[in-house]
Design a protein around this ligand. Sequence first.
Ligand code: TRP
Length: 431
Amino acid sequence: MADEATPEINNLNIEDKVPQTKSTGQIVTPFDVSGGVDESGKLLPVDYDKLVQQFGASPLTPTILERFEKVTGHRPHRFMRRGIVFSHRDLTKILDLHEKGKPFYLYTGRGPSSDSMHVGHTVPFEFTKWLQDVFDVPLVIMMTDDEKYMHSAKIEIEDAKRYTKANAKDIIAVGFDMKKTFIFSDFDFVGGAFYENICRLAKRITINQIRGTFGFNDSNNIGEFHFCAIQSATAFATSFPQIFGTDFKKVSSIPCLIPCAIDQDPYFRQCREHAEKMKYKKPSLIHSVFLPALQGPGSKMSASVDSSAIFMNDTPNKIKNKINKFAFSGGQETAELHRELGGNSKVDVPFQYLTFFLEDDEELERIRAAYEKGEMMTGEMKQRCIAELQTYVTAFQERRAKVTDEVVAEYMRPRPLEWKGNPNPVVAEKK
Ligand code: TRP
């Protein structure tokens, strides 16, 4: 976290330029997420529509979802149907490639900052696993232990490395296919072709660009400035000769799709700005929102605040107590009033969590309608949410228990991957 930063989401040299709009006090950078506060000091929810506009990304429209379904033959994931995965950059380029059976890969990552991940962290990974199944393409997962060391006064190198191993187990438990997945720690993997790409980028990114994009100032350490080149270099296929081979010209033309929470977009704006000058393809992105903290919209779950989040190692009982005790409710003051006026599902945290984790659209809609009409009470809503989260976390813990140190080592070993891509590509007509 950059303590003395003065964030401004603006950068004159960037092509994916951030238009000059009036600021609302909303701040979203990789190091700071806040919807801002109103005049009375109340936390405001993050305004995602405004953010997409400010960042210059594109909303995930019904037209794109239709095309996604047509090209992949899969109904869009519930996150896409419900606005949880809500915006993108150049997703259509990836769909065009997939349609033709041309290569691309998936890239996502995690900044390991604690021993256990929370449910909010698993959202982009759940989605990435689904994309890996749908597209049948290689996936690289970057563990930015160097980033966390550089950005935190408290985290030592040994801590960051320990978190990497522990978090890699959590990530593997999401269910990634080992044959198609390479997980790496920056501390271990920087070097060779990857380091060459880091340098190619570092040479092009100026202090000015970083300052503007990340809100850094002269008191940030130089490692924080440099790290942008490291996170971005993973978006180039030539960084992974063991996966894609060493035919530099051919491999240069393989782009990636990056599923990530929207706060990571600033890194990749930098990357996209420079990619073509380096004779690489710009990465495409697909963005998700944050899972709100138990305390309500306007905040996000924090790995360092136990009461803000459901952790993937919480017991069923702990989950129950946290939801009952801390989850912000959109219900009315009294049961009588609630029956009369109904609850507000838009701010109700248990209902928000159900939109993330309950697969069945019709059931979700029944719950929403009953709650808003005052037929369903706050207690019942919490009950439903507790049951769903307990099922999700318990299933995760069962898979996690099977992930041994040897399994982690295999996922993290640089090696060739196996994938098939689109089994029925549309072959371009020969003229
Ligand atoms: N910086 C991210 C974090 O702190 C980790 C990360 C690296 C990442 N590369 C990524 C996240 C690509 C999403 C996509 O968590």
